[in-house]
Design a binder for this molecule. Structure first.
Ligand code: C5P
Length: 430
């Protein structure tokens, strides 16, 4: 039998993978990964590995400066492809690596992109293979994505900022830089994003923006209702489904606010997270923001009741057989309240509820949809999904129900976002 600690460890271990990319998210994508000179080249190794793991075919091209920081041998081993470093590489039949490699790519990703390399790009310089390839790429078909990396003074310099603006104006996609400690010992803006952040940004780049202009407010995870300062009542919700929806909504172009109960999941990239503990706090956080939202998705497993009063000191065990008398009061129904609000009733706020049931899913979900007054209710079988990375959904609306078959929560969240986006076009009210 598992101890509580084992169970917690298990839940936390599984939880960490909640909103990771699917193994096949980049399946079939051919990416030229260009490395230019900078200490952040060490992160390109991890990035290459992540891209390959996500299903991409990665062709590495390195400048001479990049090869001072990391060897082509390492990058070849990680990408599984010979690395190109020179425009005079005789391996290509026509000796035109810059044409061949750029025509075969779905994107060129330069990571790290040095200040010097960006300066070259804006002038259309082409004196080595990588810049030559960027210039020779078919502009309409092969996006150029840059992950800058440099010292904070170099990043802040007006010349660099001017070059970044020019690169964007020329149609390149320049990723943000990270903030924090730099290899030179200074602290500030200019670090290259971490590999997982670049991967997330790349996935977002390729996600259709079906939620553009939407502000999606999501509740996720359990709530914790205090009995005293050390004890409370909670449930087994892992928060994974709600976090996956937050990630998918952001990738689809929405501004996303995630009101999260106590879970240890990492915040999806680009998502604004508000941490709460109790149902009352969750309700307050939702009410504070819901007037700005256009979609409200209640995925949290909110406790139905809370102890009528939480003791401010630990309740002591006086003697055996002596148990405290707890009385409960009902928590506000956040979803039903929001769904009854004038904006939701007018159709300015699309509300989605969840129902975790153990049996008779269709009947219970249909009844719950009516009770909560929402246009869409997503049913699932709680015991077969709590803490898991996969799930199966039943979408119930005014016209009936349809299944989204078992899949990873990451994929189900993407499907749900697509489904909601279609409904937003038509606005089906309860
Ligand atoms: O009533 P029940 O908890 O089964 O309903 C589930 C749905 O209602 C979920 O969408 C959940 O997030 C939401 N809910 C809520 N506030 C509550 C109870 C549930 O928002 N107090």
């Amino acid at each position: 039998m598992l101890s509580t600690r084992d169970m917690e460890n298990k839940i936390i271990k599984v939880s960490r993978s909640a909103t990771l990319p699917n193994m096949d998210d980049l399946h079939g994508k051919r990416i030229v990964l260009g490395l230019t000179g900078g200490i952040a080249c060490f992160k390109a190794a991890e990035l290459c590995r992540s891209l390959v793991k996500a299903g991409a075919k990665v062709q590495v091209v390195m400048t001479d400066a990049a090869a001072q920081f990391i060897t082509p041998v390492t990058m070849q081993a990680l990408s599984g492809q010979p690395v190109y470093t020179s425009q005079w590489d005789a391996r290509e039949g026509n000796n035109m690596a810059h044409i061949n490699l750029s025509r075969e790519a779905d994107a060129i990703l330069i990571a790290p992109a040095s200040a010097d390399f960006m300066a070259k790009l804006i002038h259309g310089k082409a004196d080595e293979l990588l810049s030559l390839m960027c210039l020779a790429r078919p502009l309409q078909n092969v996006p150029l994505i840059l992950a800058p990396a440099m010292n904070r003074e170099m990043w802040a310099h007006p010349a660099t900022q001017r070059n970044v603006a020019q690169l964007k104006a020329d149609g390149s996609h320049v990723l943000d830089v990270g903030q924090g400690d730099q290899a030179c010992g200074e602290t500030g803006d200019g670090r290259m994003l971490e590999a997982h952040e670049i991967l997330e940004d790349l996935l977002s780049f390729w996600t259709p923006k079906v939620f553009q202009g939407q502000h999606v407010l999501i509740t996720a995870g359990p709530t914790f209702e205090a009995i005293d300062p050390v004890r409370g009542i909670t449930n087994l919700s892992s928060g994974k489904m709600g976090f996956a929806i937050a990630r998918a909504a952001h990738q689809a172009g929405a501004k996303v606010t995630l009101v999260a109960g106590p879970v240890s999941l990492p915040t999806p990239r680009g998502v604004h997270r508000v941490n709460v503990r109790s149902a009352l706090q969750m309700n307050d956080a939702v009410q504070a923001i819901v007037h700005q939202a256009s979609v409200f998705i209640a995925a949290a497993a909110v406790a139905d009741w809370r102890p009528a009063s939480a003791a401010d000191q630990k309740i002591k065990k006086i003697g055996s057989g002596d148990s405290p008398n707890l009385s409960f009061v009902e928590n506000p129904d956040i979803l039903a309240t929001v769904a009854a609000s004038p904006r939701a009733q007018k159709g300015d706020l699309f509300c989605v509820g969840f129902a975790a049931e153990s049996h008779n899913l269709l009947a219970h979900a249909t009844a719950k949809r009516a009770r909560k007054g929402v246009p869409l209710l997503v049913g699932n079988i709680g015991p077969s999904t709590f803490g898991q990375d996969d799930n199966a959904l039943l979408l119930v609306d005014a016209n009936g129900a349809h299944d989204i078959p078992r899949n990873t929560k990451t994929k189900l969240a993407q499907d749900l976002v697509q489904d909601i986006a279609k409904r937003l076009g038509k606005l089906i009210l309860p």
